[in-house]
Design a protein around this ligand. Structure first.
Ligand code: MRU
Length: 362
């Protein structure tokens, strides 16, 4: 997608053998990039959320594993790097998926061949992600056309957190249909949940929609219900960090409450996700590990001062405890449909198997 007319991806390899990423901890205030040259750089970038969003976490981990093998491609090093990267963030299954994919690409190779092959496979993961997100966008566009009813009426999509191109390599998952609708001339407008505590909606979703010229309005997380009661939301589209084999959708904390409000108001609620987000090994959402992050993200708010510095200020009384669980699970029964690169299906085991028949009996 473009920023000020310049096409960008969130991650790309350099001639030098390093990997460049957009530093998302500086957005929306400044667009800066960071070069990752070692395993430690990649692990740190994921842990500190310089890069974030399920598909991008996977892509970065894949490159991180490749970088780890540059000087030592022994079996022991592969194990060590997998462990370090695998421990960076627990909820998005794309991380483990990407590490497994790189490992399988180099499994039969001699150590001397592993670095180049791993680097190439990380690139393949990125290219595949772009194509999958493009395809999610095309399928989601048809849904938006259906919901729009008339070509001239403004269509309001509500989204939570950031599941746009900044969360992936390009296009995004939940926002890909929005970009395609906008590009097709459909008058689409996005209600952007600010998404406390880290405000990925206010900071990142608003930034990327603005950069592409998509009309949007940032709202506090609790406004969605009222907007739905007033008929001002035509559909909800969210991303996912892990979706189980029976269609339970794990996503940023607060997603479940949006799904409940959508159900109560007959608003279609869709989750958009690529195959790398599907966890076929888990049946129920309750078994997903939910990341618990620092209480400081709740007790403090980060922003830019008038002088231009990025700073955090405390908003909770000293001595009050704070709990920061970063994701929740929306049960399949509240999900109208899942949009994947293969099409749209009911949120159920049968629905998903209909799109991925090769998983039957797997
Ligand atoms: O904690 P984050 O910023 O990595 O969480 C991101 C989300 O919850 C997104 O909705 C999710 O990764 C969707 S994937 C495009």
């Amino acid at each position: 997608m473009k920023i000020s007319g310049v096409p960008y991806r969130t991650i790309w390899p350099l001639e030098s053998g390093a990997v460049r990423v957009i530093d998302q901890s500086r957005l929306p205030f400044e667009l800066v990039t960071l070069d990752l040259t070692t395993l430690e750089d990649a692990a740190h970038a994921i842990k500190t959320m310089v890069v974030r969003g399920a598909p991008l976490i996977g892509a970065t981990a894949a490159y991180g594993l490749a970088l780890a093998l540059r000087t030592d491609a022994s079996d022991r090093r592969i194990e060590e790097a997998t462990k370090i990267l695998g421990a960076t963030r627990p909820t998005a299954v794309n991380l483990a998926w990407a590490l497994a994919r790189v490992r399988s690409a180099i499994a039969q190779l001699a150590p001397a061949e592993r670095f180049e092959a791993a680097f190439r496979e990380a690139g393949n993961i990125c290219e595949a992600d772009v194509e999958q997100c493009r395809s999610i966008g095309a399928h989601g566009l048809e849904l938006i056309r259906q919901v729009a009813k008339s070509p001239t009426r403004r269509i309001n999509v509500l989204t939570h957190c950031n599941a746009g191109w900044l969360a992936c390599v390009d296009w995004g998952t939940a926002l890909a249909p929005v970009y395609m609708a906008h590009n097709a001339g459909i008058p689409v407008h996005v209600w952007v949940d600010e998404t406390r505590p880290r405000n990925q909606g206010a900071a990142l979703t608003a930034y990327e929609l603005g950069a592409h010229g998509v009309p949007h309005t940032v709202i506090v997380d609790n406004l969605g219900g009222l907007l739905m009661q007033r008929g001002e939301v035509d559909c909800v589209i969210v991303g996912s960090d892990r979706t189980t084999a029976c269609g339970d959708v794990c996503n940023k904390i607060g997603t479940y409450l949006k799904a409940l409000a959508a159900k109560d108001n007959n608003v279609p609620f869709y989750a958009a996700l690529p195959v790398s987000t599907l966890d076929w090994n888990l049946e129920h959402g309750r078994d997903i590990e939910i990341e618990q992050r620092s209480a400081a993200e709740v007790t403090e708010v980060t922003g830019r001062t008038g002088a231009g510095d990025i700073t955090s200020v405390r908003v909770v009384p000293a001595g009050s405890a704070a709990l920061n669980l970063a994701f929740d699970v929306t049960p399949a029964r509240l999900v109208t449909g899942i949009i994947t690169e293969r099409g749209v299906c009911p949120a159920s085991r049968e629905g998903l198997l209909g799109l991925y028949p090769e998983r039957r009996g797997a």
